[in-house]
Structure formats: C-alpha cells, structure tokens
Design a protein. Structure first.
Length: 454
C-alpha cells in the first residue's frame, strides 16, 4: 500500500507483506470488470434465497464488493448474521437525542466476535491456494475464529500463538475445544505476532492475522450491514474500538470504494477508540500529529515513537484484552482510513470502559470490555462537543459478553467498599453500575423479605 511501490501480485500469492517495499498489501479491484449492482438495495433480494450458503452469509451476500473468489470457492459457516439496533438507555448515557444511537452487535457471529467476518474471507483464500495448515497470533478472538472455521470445515489444521497470561478464558476455551494446536509463548501479543509470521514463512503455513489483506475484505462487510440497518443512509459517525486496527482500516476501505462506485453519496466520519493502557494510535495521531497525508507519512516520527517505546520497555496493559496491543499491524492502513473518513482518535480509561460495559449490558447487549470502548468513546466525544446530540452514531460492539466473563463478574461482585483486586490493578476504583448479588438465607420468609424490600 506504499504509494511509491507499483508491485502487483497475483491472487494466488500468499505474502504477508510486499516482497519489494515491505509494506502491507492491499486488494485492489478492477471495478470495470465486476458486475457491481447499481444500488445497494439490490443486495436485499438475497434474503429471499437463504438456502444458498453464500446468500445466507452476512459477508458473502455482498460478494460483488469483495469479488476475489468464485461462489463455489466460498468457505462459510453462517457468519455475519448480526444486527443494528437502537438502545434508549445507552443513548441517554452517552448524551444523544432519541433514535440517534445504533449498536452493530458483532457478538452474534458463530465464534462470538467480529473476527468471523474476516476469517471467512481468509479461509476462502486459504482454500483457493490449497493451504493445509493455517496459523495466527491472537489475544483470543482471532484464534477462536480461525479454530471454529477449521473445525467446522476440516479444510486445514490450525496453530494459534498466544502470549503469556494475555488471553481471557472465554476465548482460550474456544481454541482448545475446537481442536487448535495452541502455543503459549513467553511474551505478549506483539511477540506472538512476530513469531507466527516467522513460522509461517519458514514452514509455508497460511497466515490468518490481519496482515493478510483478504481478511480485511471480509471485515468491510460490517459497514454494509450498518448501512443496511439504516435503510442504506450513511450515519454521521461510525465509532469502533482500536486494537490491531484491522476493523478501522477495513471500514475506511469499504467506504472509499462505495463512494468511488457511486453507491453512497457521502462518507461518515469515523472515531477510533483506544484504551489508555494501549494507546499507540492515540499518541501517534492525536499527540504527535502524524497523518496519512496522501501516503506521505512521517515515518521518522513513528520510528522514533517505537524506539522510545522499546527503550522504556513499555507494554500494553488494559482489562480490554482484545485491544491490548502495542504495535498495531494495520497502523498505516488506519491512518489512510482516518484521512478518508475525516476521523478522530480518542483514549478511554478502563474505568470508563467497564462503566460503559455495564450500561450496555443493562440495555440488553452483553459485550466484552473492548467492545464498550466504542460507547465510552462516544460519551467522551459528546462531552467534548465533537459529536452533537443530533448526530446519528453507529457504535460497533465487537465481541460477546461471554468472551471475558471474569471482567464482568469482577465488576458486578465489587462494592463501593470492596473493589475486586483485578479491577484495582487497572485503576478501576468505583463500580457505579454494579448489579451485586444479594446474599440471603435459605429460608422462604427471608427471601420474601428481600423481595418485598425491592
């Protein structure tokens, strides 16, 4: 994706980066050779043919917008059956007017997170090139997604790399149960990603992290479903958590392509939300002022930032483990997406994330901590006046509540006087929205007294 590199590779190649310049690769379509519908509404007709796996998929029913595979090559397990829903209680929490907040709940995917949108595309390409083994590094969701695709289809074996103590049990249990070979290395996600890239290159293993450009093609479809839920009218804002930055990168690409094809008349703004303990993008974009600038990025500033990070041995640390990443692999792609979408970046504390998570749950959408960063970020942007009360805002909830039940129980088991030690470690010292269980004797009269008191 370097503007100075004109290397073109065939669709059958599986490089993690450009063999010439070393930058990440993009999928660039020759749209004049694709039978793209004249209107996004034409995709609605596929709901009438849901016995066809490609039309049932919330990814592949938009296949003309990711046209790298033929229909008989598609690998699908029913991903993308996700919804856009409103929530009056969350609107009130963040400070938006009625019917202005919408939640894109990707926790309804088969593995419980948005990763399935990309993994169906990566698995499809793996099948196209005849891969026998696939691998990824993961904070949990990517490994769960790759493992479920492998176990469901039996097309390839899977190896997942995780860091030491950096994965929630809800996610680890999926990889183990789905039969993936799991390697827990001494290090964090950034270390695991480096090792898996090396292993894939040395052993001809198909790499399924978001360095893989085909994965991001599948992740574009979250945008299509947001538009579909809004009757194909773009919102004013799309707000998304920022970890490895694959989603924000994919969203920017999707919106740029839709505008290029004349399928939308304007591009919504995008906000990417970091956790304070994993705020690389925030520091680079908002504090150092680095911009895509048409591809002329200030690489020296970025290089100096990472050199100082290494010298100070700074490591990402947040309860929102899905976005606990120091070196986001899609940083450059995200900078481009932020330029496309006139975007902003914000950081929120773990306290803000868990408070927002509790509000999300009380509103009927259980999500993992990283997902709630989009709600906490929206609230912050409303307080700053960047988002107005009348703006239509789509927040992406990236993963299901049960991905990290420990964080949820820790929050709701705490009280004003006794905060769970795990929360204190991350400077969470209040639980204003806790729903603490009530201890009661094993006696019906005692139970009734409690009920009557409520």
């Amino acid at each position: 994706m370097s503007p100075d590199c004109d290397v073109k590779l065939g669709i059958s190649e599986t490089h993690a980066a450009c063999p010439s310049c070393g930058s990440l690769l993009d999928i660039d379509y020759e749209w004049d050779r694709v039978n793209v519908p004249g209107s996004l509404r034409e995709f609605e007709t596929r709901w009438n043919n849901r016995r066809n796996p490609a039309d049932f998929s919330g990814v592949w029913r938009f296949r003309e917008l990711l046209p790298f595979a033929k229909e008989d090559q598609i690998v699908s397990i029913g991903e993308g059956q996700t919804m856009l829903r409103g929530s009056a209680s969350i609107e009130q929490f963040v400070g938006l007017d009625t019917n202005r907040l919408f939640l894109q709940y990707e926790g309804l995917n088969p593995s419980g997170s948005f990763k399935d949108n990309g993994m169906t595309a990566a698995s499809t390409h793996a099948r196209m090139v005849g891969a026998k083994v696939a691998a990824c590094a993961s904070t949990g969701n990517t490994s769960a997604s790759l493992a479920i695709f492998a176990s469901s289809t039996q097309l390839f074996d899977v190896v997942v790399f995780i860091g030491s103590g950096k994965i929630a049990y809800g996610k680890l249990s999926q990889s183990l149960d789905y039969g993936a070979t799991t390697l827990q290395i001494q290090g964090d996600f950034d270390d695991a990603l480096q090792r898996v890239c090396e292993a894939c290159e040395k052993r001809d293993i198909y790499l399924c992290n978001s360095v893989n450009p085909f994965r991001l093609e599948g992740q574009k479809t979250t945008v299509y479903r947001i538009l579909e839920g809004l009757d194909w009218e773009p919102p004013d804002w799309i707000v998304v958590p920022g970890g490895n930055l694959g989603n924000s990168s994919a969203f920017g690409k999707a919106l740029a392509e839709l505008k290029q094809l004349g399928l939308i008349d304007r591009i919504p703004r995008m906000a990417v939300i970091n956790a304070v303990g994993a705020n690389t993008l925030y520091q680079i974009y908002e504090q150092l002022g680095v911009r895509w600038n048409g591809g002329n990025v200030d690489d020296a500033k970025i290089g100096q930032f990472f050199a100082e990070m290494d010298a100070q041995k700074r490591r990402a640390s947040t309860l929102a483990t899905a976005i606990e990443i120091n070196r986001p692999v899609s940083l450059m792609r995200c900078l481009r997406a932020l330029e496309t979408c006139d975007g902003v970046v914000r950081q929120v504390t773990d306290q803000q994330i868990l408070d927002a998570k509790a509000i999300v749950g009380a509103g009927g959408f259980g999500c993992e901590p990283a997902s709630a960063a989009s709600i906490a970020g929206t609230k912050l942007l409303r307080e700053e006046g960047v988002i107005t009360a009348s703006d239509r805002v789509a927040c992406v909830l990236t993963g299901h509540l049960l991905k990290d039940p420990t964080a949820t129980v820790s929050y709701h088991s705490s009280t004003a006087d006794q905060i769970d030690d795990r929360l204190r470690e991350f400077e969470v010292d209040t639980v204003p929205h806790a729903n603490t269980a009530i201890a009661v004797e094993n006696d019906i009269d005692a139970i009734l007294r409690v009920l009557d008191g409520n």
